[in-house]
Design a protein around this ligand. Structure first.
Ligand code: RFL
Ligand code: PHB
Length: 393
């Protein structure tokens, strides 16, 4: 099999890239290790920045998003029993949309399959060969058979554990990483959500109330990395959430059946550069942010917009300038996004290693944000617009 761009991974990065390339008349094949059912069922992100929403609209893939997405205009932060309310439209002129990552993935997969464009499930990439030549080869296994995809470019959109980054020459790539010693226990519950996205910094640890629909809440608690989600019964979870959200009389947060639990480890990670020869990395394959700030999916979409623009320039007029600048173009935005997500993580979580002095500094920063419109505007601007690419068509 042969194509112009071989794409590894059918997460948001790979799927958006395939659709963006197709809109420019460039062929691609997506190889995805998992089954379609598995990939569509993975519960993860939920917050879409305007740049992501507009990309779906430009691709004509936003019909369901427009019907089912929830416009989120508020971002609340609680501490010491008080609430800082950030009015996003007032502070930034824009808002974000709540629409589950797996819904985005379902919509993009359905459109790809319906158009008859190649998306091969249960195709595990094992090795990439010849990235320094003009005809790289992707080796993969499908149904126990070894196969090869010949292409002109390879896009490694295969997440943190993928084959893409592993194929970079290890002496040419620098890894930057911070692993946190706590995790997020995430649940989905059939319960009326709070009106605004609400983050809380309490003495008992971080908590977050988000939503997926008017009937389904998406809730998170900071827990030890070795926590077992099955040991968090419904009643234990609700009790802890009420306490951390300063809802002592249990009147504010509606409870309901918890029907899904997952544990997410937290890390900040960047691999640089994001390209070598004809291999280009995008999304979680090359950077991870801690989830506070909800940036991972939005960064992945911005990366592949830059990449598809660069590949289009190459195929249209032979220009290599944008392709050569891909990593540098992305990394400036990526570092700003890692910085924001790390800062928000630092502001909102409890750190075992914090001295009483450091705990007071954290609370002082929240007091400062509470009293400063400028500080609130800076947080709101980064929450909404950090991955907005205003210079790209
Ligand atoms: P993905 O989604 O991991 O997709 C990679 C795909 O590659 C496949 N794959 C392979 N395929 C073939 N051969 C191989 N050798 C392969 N190895 C792997 C995998 O099966 C998979 O299908 O990466 P991508 O596309 O870069 O997308 C990144 C996002 O998924 C991620 O950044 C976000 O989910 C992060 N994130 C959030 N991002 C946001 O923008 N907003 C949010 O609200 C948000 N909340 C979150 C999050 C991540 C979380 N977790 C689970 C860490 C909340 C949580 C709890
Ligand atoms: C979510 O709705 O899943 C979500 C919201 C905000 C975050 C992370 C995740 O910071």
């Amino acid at each position: 099999m042969r194509t112009q761009v071989g794409i590894i991974g059918a997460g948001p990065a790979g799927l958006f890239l395939a659709h963006l390339l197709k809109a420019q008349g460039i062929d691609s094949v997506i190889l995805e290790a998992r089954s379609r059912t598995y990939a569509e069922g993975r519960v993860r992100a939920g917050v879409l920045e305007p740049g992501t929403v507009e990309t779906m609209a430009r691709l004509g893939l936003d019909a369901r998003l427009r019907r089912e997405g929830l416009i989120d205009e508020g971002l609340d932060m609680r501490f010491r029993g008080r609430t800082i309310h950030l009015d996003l439209p007032e502070l930034t002129g824009r808002s974000v949309v709540i629409y589950g990552q797996q819904e985005v993935v379902k919509d993009l997969m359905a459109a790809r399959v319906e158009a008859g464009d190649p998306l091969i499930f249960e195709a595990q990439v094992t090795r990439i060969e010849g990235i320094e030549t003009e005809s790289p080869r992707i080796h993969y296994t499908e149904g126990g058979e070894s196969r090869v995809l010949d292409c002109e470019f390879v896009a490694g959109c295969d997440g943190y554990h993928g084959a893409g980054r592993a194929a970079m020459p290890q002496d040419r790539i620098t890894l930057f990483e911070q692993v946190y010693d706590f995790a997020w226990l995430g649940v989905l519950a059939r319960a009326r959500p709070m009106a605004d996205m609400t983050y809380s910094n309490s003495d008992r640890g971080f908590a977050l109330c988000s939503r997926r629909s008017m009937q389904v809440s998406r809730l998170y608690l900071q827990v030890p990395v070795d926590a077992n989600p099955e040991e968090w019964s419904d009643s234990r979870f609700w009790e802890e959430l009420h306490a951390r959200m300063f809802d002592e009389d249990r009147s504010e947060i509606a409870e309901g059946e918890i029907f899904q639990r997952d544990l997410a480890k937290l890390r900040a990670f960047v691999a640089a550069p994001m390209q070598h020869g004809r291999l280009f990395l995008a999304g979680d394959a090359v950077h991870i942010v801690p989830p506070a700030g909800a940036k991972g999916l939005n960064m992945a979409v911005a990366d592949v917009r830059v990449l598809s623009h660069a590949l289009t320039a190459h195929y249209r007029d032979g220009s290599r300038t944008a392709l050569e600048a891909y990593s540098a173009t992305c990394l400036e935005r990526v570092w700003k996004t890692v910085r924001f997500s790390s800062a928000l993580t630092g502001l909102l979580h409890r750190f075992d290693e914090h001295s009483p002095l450091q705990r007071n500094l954290q609370l002082a920063e929240l007091e400062y944000v509470a009293g400063s419109r400028n500080a609130q505007a800076a947080i709101a601007e980064q929450y909404v617009m950090l991955n907005y690419l205003k210079d790209l068509p």
